[in-house]
Design a binder for this molecule. Structure first.
Ligand code: ADP
Ligand code: MG
Length: 256
């Protein structure tokens, strides 16, 4: 049969902010089940790329496809429903929400029976709610959050709060997970723990990951493929070992 379409196909993506070309015809392909790193110096356009992929920013031109589905022009909500999950800098939840509540929020895009059925206490809604709670416990075990399920998420140490954010994205059962510097600001212990969760997301859950990361060691260990951006342009793309020794990449990083 025909080969499986790529998880994400980014084609000639251009983003212009008043007077600034943040992305200049960037193309890359994320293979299904792979971890694709997006690296480059500060201001290269990495976060802008993730913001376009998740529908937060509108591309000036170009296209993004998820499987066969065109994502360009869709709202963040639609893109999330289609299976692209991302983490945010801050956990936007009530200070009283427990870790379990926060993870349950990630299940919302999957809720079928809706609030009316839940309000009427229909058996279908009860069954669905029980399924969601079971999955939350599974994800908590997978991420190492199980001991904290009943704790207020906002009161946890920084590294665990970031892990809750990752857990919430996983609760959406995404096809593609977008991570913008997931270990930034973490202690080395927290970094190790988070890197191991990310590796297992790819290996055990088969979710494709786009990882923006500064820690080059982590990129080289985890990535199947690397795209390098510099001043909004793609300057290299390929396996980590090849990209690492690319003269253009070395020049961009040394600022020479
Ligand atoms: P990176 O994540 O690689 O450090 P960004 O994607 O955040 O880079 O930024 C790329 C460029 O686009 C920078 O010059 C940044 O100042 C600019 N930029 C990002 N977002 C906006 C915005 N909303 N409005 C104007 N300029 C922006
Ligand atoms: Mg950034």
């Amino acid at each position: 049969g025909a080969p499986a379409p790529p998880a994400l196909a980014v084609r000639e993506l251009t983003v212009r902010f008043a007077g600034l070309l943040a992305l200049d015809s960037v193309s890359f392909t994320v293979e299904p089940g792979s971890l694709h790193a997006l690296i480059g110096p500060n201001g290269a356009g990495k976060s802008t790329t993730l913001n376009v992929l998740s529908g937060v920013y509108r591309a000036t031109s170009g296209s993004v496809r998820l499987g066969g589905e065109e994502l360009t022009g869709r709202s963040p909500h639609e893109i999330a429903r289609l299976g692209v999950a991302r983490t945010f800098q801050n956990l936007a939840v009530s200070p009283y929400a427990t870790v379990a509540d926060t993870l349950l929020l990630g299940r919302h895009r999957l809720t079928r029976t809706g609030f009316l059925a839940a309000g009427l206490r229909l058996p279908s809604a009860a069954r669905e709610a029980a399924r969601h709670r079971e999955r939350v416990v599974e994800i908590a075990e997978f991420t190492g959050l199980a001991p904290y399920l009943d704790r207020p998420a906002a009161a946890l140490p920084y590294g665990l709060r970031k892990l809750v954010e990752l857990g919430r994205a996983l609760c959406m059962e995404p096809e593609v997970l977008l991570l913008d510097e997931p270990v930034a600001g973490m202690t080395s212990d927290e970094r190790r723990r988070t890197a191991s969760v990310i590796a297992r997301v790819r290996e055990s859950l088969g979710i494709s990951i786009v990882l923006v990361e500064h820690d080059m060691g982590m990129v080289m260990r985890l990535a199947d493929a690397v795209t390098v951006l510099d001043f909004g342009r793609c300057i290299a793309d390929g396996p980590p070992a090849v990209v690492q020794s690319d003269p253009d990449v070395i020049r961009a990083y040394l600022g020479a």
